[in-house]
Ligand binder design. Structure first.
Ligand code: PLP
Length: 233
């Protein structure tokens, strides 16, 4: 069995065990395979093993891979999880089903305007800065509600929930703090009337902590594809 296939099985096992420990149904947690720096051939291998959702951080790198894999009649669901530059929104709106890293209204407006008519609304998560001291990306917690309300009304977007990338933390209890903050924030938004269902949180090193706090999508790279050789990401 190839290493990617056995890695995928291990990750599914970790998700199931983490879900069991907190009494959650593992089916409510979607595995998103992070394929930045991973060549198309290896993405295809994971896809043929049953993995459908893949996430990319760098537009330039992903355009080529997406074009190549789409030409093979795959039905991969592409997620964008990198920083979004203003001049990249058109390609993102055309190529992806999900964008996890929206942190400004202007970017959301462009994605909505540029989403092609023949495609369903683009699924959006707002990136929240839950580790204020160490991270510069993401909206601050006290600005999330206003931004969510502004984005929820954009016609070609479907606001789904929140995403965070906490500062790396090895202690399991400390890992949960940012995730708990995100869970409570989502609850606030839901209580204010927004119909949201997604918590995108948890990576290779902390997926258990994220699941314990309600993650509905975990974004896993290294544990599936191995260590990234380039410095990117
Ligand atoms: C790279 C990346 C991941 C995956 O991280 P791993 O530790 O390799 O699992 C998840 N989310 C984002 C936003 C990333 O950039």
């Amino acid at each position: 069995m190839s290493i990617i296939i056995s890695n995928l099985q291990s990750v599914h096992q970790r998700i199931e065990q983490a879900a069991e420990r907190c009494g959650r149904d593992p089916q409510t947690i979607q595995l998103v395979a992070v394929s930045k720096t991973v060549p198309a051939t290896r993405i295809l291998e994971a896809y043929r093993a049953g993995q459908i959702a893949f996430a990319e951080n760098y537009l330039q790198e992903s355009v080529e891979k997406i074009t190549q894999l789409n030409s093979l009649q795959t039905n991969i669901e592409w997620h964008f999880i990198g920083p979004i530059q203003r001049n990249k929104t058109r390609n993102i709106a055309q190529l992806f089903s999900w964008v996890h890293t929206v942190e400004r209204l202007q970017i959301a407006q462009r994605l909505s305007e540029q989403r092609p008519e023949h495609l369903p609304a683009l699924n959006i998560c707002l990136q929240v800065n839950t580790s204020k001291e160490t991270s510069k990306s993401g909206v601050n917690a006290d600005e999330v509600l206003e931004l969510a309300q502004q984005i929820a009304v954009l016609p070609r977007l479907k606001l789904r929930g929140l995403m965070t990338i906490p500062a790396p933390e090895t202690d399991a209890i400390k890992q949960q703090q940012s995730f708990k903050q995100l869970r409570l924030l989502l609850k606030d938004l839901q209580n204010s009337g927004l119909a949201l269902d997604t918590l995108s949180m948890g990576m290779s090193a902390d997926l258990e902590a994220a699941i314990a706090q309600g993650a509905t999508m975990v974004r896993i790279g290294t544990a599936i594809f191995g260590d990234r050789v380039t410095s990117a990401g």
